[in-house]
Design a protein around this ligand. Structure first.
Ligand code: UDP
Length: 481
């Protein structure tokens, strides 16, 4: 390891959707900012998709990846505990092995960077005299809510979802009660207390990295820095470093890409609900009929339906077993043979979105999927299911203007086939519908500019690099005294 380079230790919480942005941040620190990077991942519950993502990150191997020993939380959580609770407890239990692993490193690392579920490990940074950053892999509006929720907790009486008025966050767009994040749905549930704790701990870092860019969310970013608004709570620098997304891969010779190669430009709608999303059987049937009725070309990543929560596939992304295609309506595959391509369980999403034939994305609005859509200039049909996706859908449709959405909330009601047909036609047939295609292309270039040399996101990570170099010099002085 080169002693002159800052050494960043990144901690990822479990879940493919959490691992991907951490890996990509690590890669960017190595390739653009002269860091050495070690990434700690939590190996309990590693899903097939997660293992595949980890495997593919080894070529080329830019970061050292270390799997922390599995943690057994079975005696620590209620049966049917929410995903947020499970993640919070796992990350609490993993602290001692993280501490031992850092302590065993020959050279003291410069900086510890944790994602939202890792905030309890920030104090380990202090123990080893390291800088400590929080990495919010989602957007600035969600970050604003997260750090403000301990204040809402004191201001709001009753359940958030029962409020008559939107929830006010200083300097930001208010949040509709229907849009609150999952852990705010029930103020007596453990996941709410974990979320409150995360909000409190987030601002105890030395800085916050957020996966957005200055020109995408200027108002909220200003509020996060303004001492009279949220900046009164967030006293540390907020660095907008995004969009951090997976790169397009070069290995694309499969039946799917052979099929895509034969389709006209921007004629295909890509349908996928992220790493953890699943639909009810009834909703899956309506999506199938909606696609068929629209007579538009499609690529659909199909999972077995869920009778439980919409995040049912969170810990099992990409896992086989039940044949997902057996749940499709009778004759669907034959009738749509020339129209569409069905992919069981998991697709190479970034490569699909990057293909010239793809002209729309029916998406659950996970933040990585959102950024992948924007950076490939693909407009969206917003279909939020869980986590912060309802806020993301509102941001994309009402604020940023790169998506359309259904009149009903898919997490509450079944979206009917006729409405799906209309939305798919609108996004694919009406090429300039609502100007959203033009807007998403404009943002694609704005994102490229932010990441390029001298761009705002590049500069933000250069500043982090500088802060780390100053800290290294201080560490060196202390060790030679
Ligand atoms: N993803 C993928 N193939 C799939 C489904 C998802 O490659 O079939 C990737 C997607 O490209 C994104 C991540 O998994 O990088 C999902 O993250 P996101 O934040 O969109 O949603 P989450 O899964 O966390 O809800």
């Amino acid at each position: 390891m080169e002693i002159s380079k800052p050494h960043a230790v990144l901690l990822s919480s479990p879940g493919t959707g959490h691992l991907i942005p951490v890996l990509e941040l690590g890669n960017r620190l190595v390739t653009h900012h002269n860091f050495t990077v070690t990434i700690f991942v939590v190996s309990s519950h590693m899903s097939p998709a997660e293992s595949q993502v980890l495997q593919s990150s080894l070529t080329p191997k830019l970061c050292d990846i270390i799997e922390l020993p599995p943690v057994d939380i079975s005696g620590l959580v209620e049966p049917n505990a929410a995903v947020v609770t499970l993640l919070a407890v796992m990350m609490r239990e993993v602290r001692s092995s993280l501490r031992s692993a850092i302590s065993a490193m020959k050279q003291r690392p410069t900086v510890l960077i944790v994602d939202l579920f890792g905030t309890e490990s920030l104090s380990i940074g202090d123990e080893f005299d390291m800088l400590k950053y929080l990495y919010c892999a989602s957007n600035a509006w969600f970050l604003a809510l997260t750090i403000y929720v301990p204040f809402l907790d004191k201001l709001v009486v009753g359940e958030y979802v029962h409020q008559k008025e939107p929830l006010k966050i200083p300097g930001c767009n208010p949040i509709q009660p229907d849009d609150v994040v999952d852990p705010m749905l029930d103020r007596t549930n453990q996941q709410y207390f974990e979320y409150l704790r995360i909000g409190t701990e987030a601002v105890m870092s030395d800085g916050i990295l957020v996966n957005t860019w200055e020109d995408l969310q200027p108002t909220i970013i200003t509020a996060l820095r303004d001492k009279n608004l949220l900046g009164g709570i967030v006293k540390v620098p907020v660095h907008c470093i995004g969009p951090i997304t997976r790169p397009v891969s070069n290995a694309k010779s499969t039946d799917l890409f052979d099929w895509l190669d034969k389709q006209p430009s921007e004629s295909v709608i890509y349908v996928s609900f992220g790493s953890g999303g699943a639909l009810s059987y009834e909703q899956m049937t309506e999506v199938a009929w909606g696609l068929e009725l629209s007579q538009q070309r499609f690529v659909w990543v199909v999972r077995p339906p869920t009778v439980e929560a919409a995040d049912a596939a969170f810990f099992t992304a990409g896992k086989g077993g039940d044949d997902p295609l057996s749940y499709l309506p009778d004759g669907f595959l034959t009738r749509t043979q020339s129209l569409g391509f069905v992919v069981p369980l998991w697709a190479p999403q970034v490569d699909v979105l990057n293909h010239v034939s793809v002209g729309g994305f029916l998406s659950h609005c996970g933040w990585s999927s959102t950024l992948e859509s924007i950076t490939n200039g693909v407009p969206m049909i917003a279909w939020p299911l869980y986590a912060e996706q309802k806020m993301n859908a509102t941001l994309l449709t009402e604020e940023i203007g790169v998506a359309i959405r259904s009149k009903v909330l898919p997490s509450k009601k079944v979206v009917k086939r006729e409405e799906i047909e209309t939305m798919v036609r609108k996004i694919i047939e009406d090429k300039n519908g609502n100007g959203i295609r033009a807007k998403v292309k404009e943002l694609k270039y704005s994102a490229e500019k932010a990441l390029s040399n001298g761009g705002s996101s590049h500069n933000a990570l250069s500043q982090v690099e500088q802060e780390c170099k100053i800290s290294m010099q201080r560490q060196k002085r202390v060790s030679t005294q």
